[in-house]
Write a protein that binds this ligand. Sequence first.
Ligand SMILES: C[S@@+](CC[C@H](N)C(=O)[O-])C[C@H]1O[C@@H](n2cnc3c(N)ncnc32)[C@H](O)[C@@H]1O
Length: 273
Amino acid sequence: MSPSLRTCLAASPLPRLEFQMLWQQVLGVSRAWLLAHDTDPLSPAALAAYQVLEARRVAGEPMAYILGHREFWGRDFQVTPAVLIPRPETEFLVECALNAIADTAGPHVLDLGTGSGIVAISIALDRPDAQVQATDLSLDALKIAQMNARSLGAKLLFSHGNWYDSQLGSKRYHLIVSNPPYIDAQDTHLVQGDLRFEPVTALTDGADGLDALRCIVQGAPGHLLPGGALCVEHGWDQAAPVRTLFQTMGFIAVASLRDLAGIERITWGRWPA
Ligand SMILES: C[S@@+](CC[C@H](N)C(=O)[O-])C[C@H]1O[C@@H](n2cnc3c(N)ncnc32)[C@H](O)[C@@H]1O
């Protein structure tokens, strides 16, 4: 007799929620449908498709890559192994960015290292009057970001390059925002858990974890309008050195914001008007 979802769950090494999410993907149905049909016989083709996904998950591959999408700031973004998986703490970066331009009509915004485009696209959709430009060194990441912009109906400009060397010309911005790679290259977490599957260039700057942040903060005055803001995400222990970088460059009103866990995750400041 063909097995049902109920008998498969009893034999599955996965937690119930992940089991259900993979079956939703295989059958293209809602969670409610799965619960209502948990004794229906499963087809051999569906079982074979599920087993491929389950094996990937058992090997440690993140759910977001297996499912191909992840929710961020209330919207669904496509993700592939070419991009960092959106993190909940990055929603604080979007919040900080939106606050920084709240009083600016038609703001010009630059997102450095856009990855899947979550930050730039969220800003563009929440502020339709903004002109948002998103850059990345990875062409594969830019393709995903462009795909997300298209499917979510966001209009922005994409450019390829190394931080500020991304065909920005002489344009200046009301806001520069970035979630750069900030993990120390020696950090052993890079070879553990989900991080093993993410692009290494999205995680670490190949140095002490502050290299990309230094480049972004030190280059910002040359690309900000007077009174413009810079908002960056950083590691749990980097707030103090990042504030010092901002202050050394001459930023004012420099502050770090805490995430829900009470950790200083975002630092921002204004370029004097
Ligand atoms: C931590 S990920 C952030 C991605 C996305 N903004 C997010 O929050 O999910 C850092 C991004 O910076 C990009 N990146 C790394 N080095 C870069 C460089 N030198 N210039 C531009 N982008 C770079 C990576 O390709 C990656 O997409």
